[in-house]
Design a protein around this ligand. Structure first.
Ligand SMILES: O=P(O)(O)OC[C@H]1O[C@H](O[C@H]2O[C@H](CO)[C@@H](O)[C@H](O)[C@H]2O)[C@H](O)[C@@H](O)[C@@H]1O
Length: 281
């Protein structure tokens, strides 16, 4: 962190200002939760090359001992997010929790292990049919399949026109997922076919209740984060102040409209976390 001081931005909404105020006045009852890709990690063409922003872990480790809990809530398998984030064995992050696969999996820094439910049988069926389907619908060059274990994702970022390639796939992939009891989770140039029944909102609510938190901040960048935003809205209506942070990008505009605070991508998120840690010092 050095001697550099980041100023804490002011949320644009009264609810957001209440949320930030609650975090600052009762940090020991506050949960800070973050999406991974696009929020803690800059977006890159190859998901395997995605890494946490170089200052992210240090900033999280600085703030974590000052609040009730820090959590990462991601569509990635939990162990992948831990590896790409560099979250294991970090002084300060001894209590970090990573809720992977939209909350279906959980990694605890305390134990270093992942808890996960049994695999959904529809994923194997979709995995078997997907290559033939992509061939039949003439998916664009650059479209490719990410194997995620308990889900499969079809990416279009590397296509010449990623948005057009995405639109070509949306309906056929929805039909395929539905036939096998799965749902389609749309994201930034990606359509993921995954089991239903869990989302980031459910995951966040359960975690906040488990911790008994009385204030929450959630930072995200993508459509999959909207359910977590809705969870913060629900907590607010139940009397738990919350702060909604959007890691801004040109690709997704929905979150910026709902957020109390829009920051400039992962580097903006890091600055925010760093300034929170400084204020709570
Ligand atoms: O919930 P998240 O942590 O945001 O994960 C959502 C998806 O992230 C990954 O894809 C995104 O990031 C890639 C690497 O920067 C990028 O190439 C891709 O276009 C983005 O959609 C990941 O590969 C997916 O499996 C996650 O569902």
């Amino acid at each position: 962190m050095g001697s550099h001081t980041d100023s804490l931005p002011t949320p644009a909404t009264p609810a957001g200002r209440d949320g930030l105020d609650a975090i600052l006045t009762r940090p020991g009852r506050a949960v800070l939760a973050f999406d991974f890709d696009g929020t803690l990690a800059p977006i890159v063409p190859d998901p395997d090359q995605a890494r946490a922003h170089p200052e992210a872990v240090r900033a999280l480790a600085a703030v974590a001992p000052k609040v009730a809990a820090v959590a990462v809530v991601t569509g990635r398998p939990a162990d992948v997010a831990v590896r790409h984030g560099g979250f294991a064995d970090v002084p300060g992050l001894e209590h970090l929790v990573v809720l992977g696969h939209y909350g279906a999996e959980r990694w605890d820094a305390r134990t270093g292990t992942v808890d996960a439910p049994a695999a959904h049988p529809g994923v194997a069926a979709v995995r078997a049919e997907l290559p033939v389907l992509l061939e039949r619908i003439g998916s664009r060059e650059g479209t490719w399949i990410e194997e995620k274990g308990r889900a499969v994702a079809v990416h279009t970022r590397r296509a010449e026109d990623p948005q057009a390639a995405f639109e070509v796939l949306r309906q056929p992939l929805t039909d395929l997922a539905t036939r096998h009891g799965l749902i389609v989770e749309p994201g930034r140039m990606v359509l993921e076919l995954r089991p239903p029944g869990m989302d980031k909102g459910v995951a966040l609510l359960e975690y906040v209740r488990e911790i008994g938190a009385r204030a929450v901040m959630y930072a995200g960048d993508d459509l999959g984060d909207l359910s977590a935003f809705a969870a913060v809205d629900k907590l607010r209506s139940d009397g738990v102040p919350g702060l909604l942070v959007c890691s801004g990008s040109d690709e997704v505009t929905e979150l910026a409209k709902r957020a109390d605070l829009v920051v400039d991508g992962p580097s903006g998120v890091v600055r925010l976390v760093r300034s929170l840690a400084q204020r709570l010092a």
